[in-house]
Ligand binder design. Structure first.
Ligand SMILES: *Cc1c(COP(=O)(O)O)cnc(C)c1O
Length: 237
């Protein structure tokens, strides 16, 4: 029998604490985001009941459908997947935050809708540090210019950076990527000390301990908490 979400959380918590200790960091400086994409609402309920407060989803329509069934729980749900500009309005409406902003155009659309809704939307800028074609994000070379333009938008609050390293079985291979994201953040802060870039969203099920050692403030955990994802197109519930 597979272990419950509560048991997996305890296992994760143990490893998060160990990584924090190794890096001389406070446990409170690392948030656990439960990535519930492609998992049913029952799994989200179970995680919420176990004390998880922050969730990540990667598709607007999927969260729109699931959130209708979870309206009674007030959850902190971030969009962590690539967002097309034409879905920005809906995203700004249904997510607490968008952690995958990768263009000025998208940021403008999000700001427009957030402004209409009378809210300030917290965002992260996603940086592409992987050569893989399938990965999205801003070219690090354009980061400084982009952040200046996005910071000028009225209804967004930039809180930091996010990245997804190239896929690998070896967590150590992600370390240079995580170190690079932190370095990019430090460089930006030197030139723009007025910005809030306190958040570094990096680390997933296979490499979160390394990410914590390199300064992650938010680890995005799917598989290690919910098990393998049901492939898209397969009815789940
Ligand atoms: C799916 C996903 C995750 C979670 O990955 P796991 O390896 O299952 O923990 C984290 N971040 C992003 C952006 C994702 O799309």
């Amino acid at each position: 029998m597979s272990s419950t979400i509560l048991e997996k959380l305890a296992w994760l918590e143990d490893r998060i604490e160990t990584a924090c200790r190794r890096a001389s960091r406070a446990r409170s400086g690392v948030q656990l985001m439960a990535v519930s994409k492609q998992h049913p609402v029952e799994s989200i309920r179970e995680a919420a009941a176990a004390g998880v407060t922050c969730f990540g989803e990667n598709r607007v329509q999927e969260w729109e459908r699931k959130s209708a069934e979870l309206a009674k729980l007030s959850l902190d749900v971030h969009l962590i997947g690539h967002l097309q500009s034409n879905k920005a309005a809906k995203a700004a409406e249904i997510f607490t935050a968008v952690d995958s902003v990768d263009s000025v155009r998208l940021a403008e659309r999000l700001s427009e809708t957030a402004h209409k809704l009378g809210r300030t939307l917290p965002i992260l800028l996603e940086v592409k540090l992987s050569p893989e074609e399938s990965k999205t994000g801003l070219d690090p070379l354009h980061l400084a210019e982009t952040i200046e333009r996005v910071a000028a938008l009225p209804a967004l609050h930039i809180r930091g950076l996010m990245t997804v390293p190239p896929w690998s079985e070896d967590p150590e291979s992600a370390r240079p990527c995580f170190a690079r994201l932190r370095q990019l953040r430090d460089d930006l802060l030197r030139d723009h000390p007025q910005l809030d870039l306190s958040q570094l969203s990096m680390g997933m099920s296979g490499d979160f301990a390394v990410a914590i050692e390199e300064g992650s403030t938010c680890i995005r955990i799917g598989t290690a908490l919910f098990g393998a994802r049901v492939p898209r197109g397969t009815p789940s519930s």
